[in-house]
Design a protein around this ligand. Structure first.
Ligand SMILES: N[C@@H](CCC(=O)N[C@@H](CS)C(=O)NCC(=O)O)C(=O)O
Length: 211
């Protein structure tokens, strides 16, 4: 039995939930209520001393067999344990695997944070926005848009070409939230616009509901 300790709006948890859905794995969702400091409860601290969701727990006969923290490590674990459908390029194509992992890292380390800041600043009344924070976040988001447009060049459906991968799962939550919050994708980026449209229709992503 798989259990995912998570918070519905966490983009890293959403990334892991997309992978669980792609692999058609059943799991129980265990809410860690970040609004009420659930990540600091002693029970959760035993699972993750870093106090962050998501955490995946694998149980057998009610006993914990395996605890995995961090969305990237969880997704790699799921890929190892449940290899079909594959969400990384073939094992003998190390260069393609490294490219997908690097794109995933770009999503986690740069894009998710910048998009989160942009959304948070936009949600404030105009006069209370921090112009410098907003400028830096917008610059980073624009750089990511440019990179994705280039990566998708040549008719790639997903970042891995015809193959949906862990990198698509990492970019999807914040790309779709930006669209929902009215942040326009540049008209000059047709690849990116088509890509975001395809992401929004993918069953594993639609199942997340709200971002
Ligand atoms: N690198 C981690 C980041 C996870 C993360 O930052 N989770 C946030 C919610 S989206 C969290 O649990 N924050 C609680 C806290 O820092 O106290 C991953 O990919 O799983």
């Amino acid at each position: 039995m798989l259990k995912l300790y998570d918070y519905p709006q966490c983009p890293y948890g959403q990334k892991t939930r997309i992978v669980l859905a792609e692999k058609q794995l059943d799991y129980e969702f265990e809410l860690v209520d970040l609004r009420n400091n659930g990540q600091h409860s002693p029970e959760f601290a035993m699972l993750n001393p870093l106090h962050k969701v998501p955490v995946l727990v694998e149980e057998y006969d009610g006993e914990i067999e395996m605890v995995v923290q961090d969305s990237t490590i969880i997704n790699e674990y799921l890929e190892d344990e449940y290899p079909e459908p594959a969400l990384l390029p073939r094992a003998d194509d190390s260069a393609a695997r490294a490219r997908i992992r690097e794109l995933e890292d770009h999503a986690d380390q740069l894009f998710v944070l910048a998009a989160g800041t942009l959304i948070a600043e936009h949600a404030k009344p105009a006069e209370t926005r921090d112009p410098e924070r907003l400028r830096r976040a917008k610059e980073e988001v624009d750089k990511t848009f440019r990179r994705l447009e280039d990566e998708l060049e040549g008719g790639r459906i997903w970042l891995g070409g015809d193959q949906f991968t862990i990198a698509d799962a990492a970019f999807a939550p914040r790309l779709l939230l930006l669209s929902q919050r009215g942040v326009e994708l540049p008209a000059s980026m047709p690849q990116l616009r088509g890509y975001v449209d395809r992401l929004s229709k993918r069953e594993s992503i639609r199942r997340l509901g709200a971002f």
